[in-house]
Design a protein around this ligand. Sequence first.
Ligand SMILES: [Zn+2]
Length: 510
Amino acid sequence: MKLENLLYEKFGYAAFRAGQKEIIQDLLSGKNVVAMLPTGGGKSVCYQIPGYIMDGLVIVVSPLLSLMEDQVNQLRLIGEKRVAAFNSFRTMEEKKEVLRNIEAYKFIFASPEMLQSPFFLQALKRVKVSLFVVDEAHCISQWGFDFRPDYQKLQHAVRQLGNPAVLALTATATKKILQDIIDSLGLSDTALHFHSIDRPNIAIQVEGIDTLEEKKMRLLSYVKELQGPGIIYCSSRFWSEALAEGLRAEGVEGVSHYHGGMEQEERMLIQQQFINNQLRVISCTSAFGMGINKSNVRYVIHFHYPANIESYLQEIGRAGRDGKDSIAVLLLSGADHDLPVSIIQDELPDQKRVAYFFSLLKKSLLQRDTISFADAEYIGIAAGLHEQHWRFIRYQLEELGAVQDGCILVSALSSEIQQIINDKVLDRLNNKYEKLQAMRNWLQTLTCRREAFLRLFHDKKQKQPKNCCDICGIDVTDYKQIQKEKSMPVYEWKTELQLLLGMKRRWDYE
Ligand SMILES: [Zn+2]
């Protein structure tokens, strides 16, 4: 069957988007592929079509629950039942059930942690794995903005599964990071597909503002005037709540906040309401967005700027997935510059905390030779480490050979190792500060902003859009509402969840 016919039959699309067909052909000819595609560039077609042609299982590694769930739902929507996800949403019993019938599946989505489980790998070995997909592959590189140590262990899983074809996908990576992906996965015979990450339908505006009060007023007028739906990014949980509250107090309807500190159910609900157009505006931290498949977001406003360009591009890339005109506005004031620094510092454990953690570990180890990860993590909390810190230290201990069978060895907890960890923290911090500096330089740029960020990715502007950036010139009235938008009433979240699950009907409340 021709690839185009399969595309139409399965997905209802008449033609491939740029790059998709070439990637598929390379995979079918037995090559490994590392591909950079723009956000919303149709990554899933690149593995689903070969998946249908190859006889065997497709494994998709994904870093985030919401991303996984979204892709599973997409496949189910096109009638694919042979799909399962392995993550914390599934009970142990559900997972075992899938593994018992592994032959009946075509697509398995799993977290990188799951692929370290010998039990899981053993079950996968019973079937032929034809394609191993690494989504958000920039997480492999420790120089990426979103490094996940568990991604570096994927090479082992690929080997264990008999070296199936590998497809590594990312929407944001420099050349150095693409090379890191190839090295870390141990890939040979690799085709590199590089497609412009430029999204000409997103206009880019950076606006200098003097005071906080003025900034809030500017935000309000944008939210009142711009065609929605829209997303507002800010730097903290506190701000995401405060801005939503402030907008509501000014009479803006259909606003909600979202951040990582909220209950899982509440977060899912807000995502769902936003996707269903029940909410017009989400005020959120960077926790919002990945795996949210919403094509008609018309604007993204940064109330605070992120600590690196990669995050900025990922966040503005959530606008205009339908290809229609959209705008990204960044509101910049002098007081904003301290925020990303404190975010960066909080991401890594400082020397004091590392020292305290080591001393607590040694005390608890007096009677033993080893300590389990679970116990060590618990001790870490007492030492003031949060989850991200603990993951970093655990990864370093593993790299340094201080771990055996999932336990930390007492004998390995030397002051030398402690020093190496501190040095690694410093390396990582310096890398993050460099990225922050690149972001700040970009904010100060005096030439086309689009060209400036594309250059960082060795990319070029495809064409000059009518509305490019504030430096080339933008007519903001093109993005204003033509008619006053109305949003559906939104209830307290428990009620909304009941409505969503069909336990109550909306008219019971109206
Ligand atoms: Zn421009």
